[in-house]
Ligand binder design. Structure first.
Ligand SMILES: O=C(O)CCC(=O)C(=O)O
Length: 256
């Protein structure tokens, strides 16, 4: 993120505090809005430049190595998955991830109200592991027309392929009323409408947290490090995972 003195521009829905930190408001184009509203995800290709990508990969591996068997335990450890949790409190280096302006623009477009960082974790399924049940990121019933509660994003630090467990998503599932359990009997089974979020390392995939999704089994075992970044509407009763761990590094709310 570049720092500098820029005028506060409320019309762009960015909080004054964020502008003072140098955040540059970004606008989505019509096609990007359509993808978020109607399809299932927005892919920002080559969003993470090669130097930033190398640094994020290195940070992922270093934090994982230094945490050892404790890695990911603040949220959940999963057998066969290299997990990291609460990265926002591990290194200020990750601030640039959740402050990435195009991500914030997409989140604002979906949520249309104030929001905050909910979690910034790491996920790398190993060969033969990684299958999660299909889920949405809100336990609440979905109202197809919104308002929505959560936006998720997958920061691809390695190529996401069909063989190495690229996240599966069910297009337009955020437009279904009611809970996922009323439509899907076995969340671990393949869904007839699922597709995979395929992309080159450096891509960011952003989707409405109501979209049914999960990681799959890594068949190739090729590295598939990702940073899942969740942003949540502010007026919610659920606590950001980072709150409970270290109040000092609690990121600011974004306001519109
Ligand atoms: O890593 C992925 O592909 C999805 C992760 C996810 O949805 C989760 O951890 O809840």
């Amino acid at each position: 993120m570049r720092l500098g003195n820029r005028a506060v521009n409320k019309r762009n829905h960015i909080d004054e505090q964020m502008c003072a930190l140098g955040l540059e408001p970004q606008a989505l184009n019509g096609e990007q809005k359509r993808q978020l509203d109607e399809d299932v995800y927005l892919l920002l290709e080559s969003a993470i430049g090669s130097q930033w990508l190398d640094q994020l990969r290195e940070a992922f591996d270093l934090i994982h190595a230094s945490a050892g068997t404790e890695a990911g335990k603040e949220v959940a450890q999963i057998k066969g998955v290299r997990r990291l949790a609460d990265l926002v409190n591990k290194d200020a280096y990750f601030d640039a991830v959740y402050l990435y302006a195009p991500l914030l623009a997409a989140v604002h477009h979906v949520l249309k109200r104030p929001f905050k960082l909910h979690s910034l974790n790491g996920h790398n399924p190993l060969k033969g592991s990684g299958l999660q049940p299909l889920h949405s990121d809100t336990g609440q019933e979905c109202i197809p027309s919104g308002p929505y509660h959560v936006v998720n994003s997958m920061w691809m630090l390695d190529d996401f392929t069909a063989e190495n467990c690229a996240t599966r998503v069910v297009p337009r599932s955020h437009l279904k009323a009611d809970r996922l359990g009323n439509y899907v009997e076995d969340g671990l089974a393949g869904h007839p409408e699922q597709i995979h979020l395929l992309g080159k390392a450096g891509t960011i995939a952003i989707f409405n947290g109501n979209v049914w999704h999960s990681s799959c089994i890594s068949r190739s075992g090729a590295k598939r490090r990702t940073l899942p970044v969740h942003l949540l509407r502010t007026s919610t009763s659920s606590k950001p995972t980072s709150d409970s761990i270290c109040a000092q590094r609690r990121p600011p709310d974004y306001r519109s």
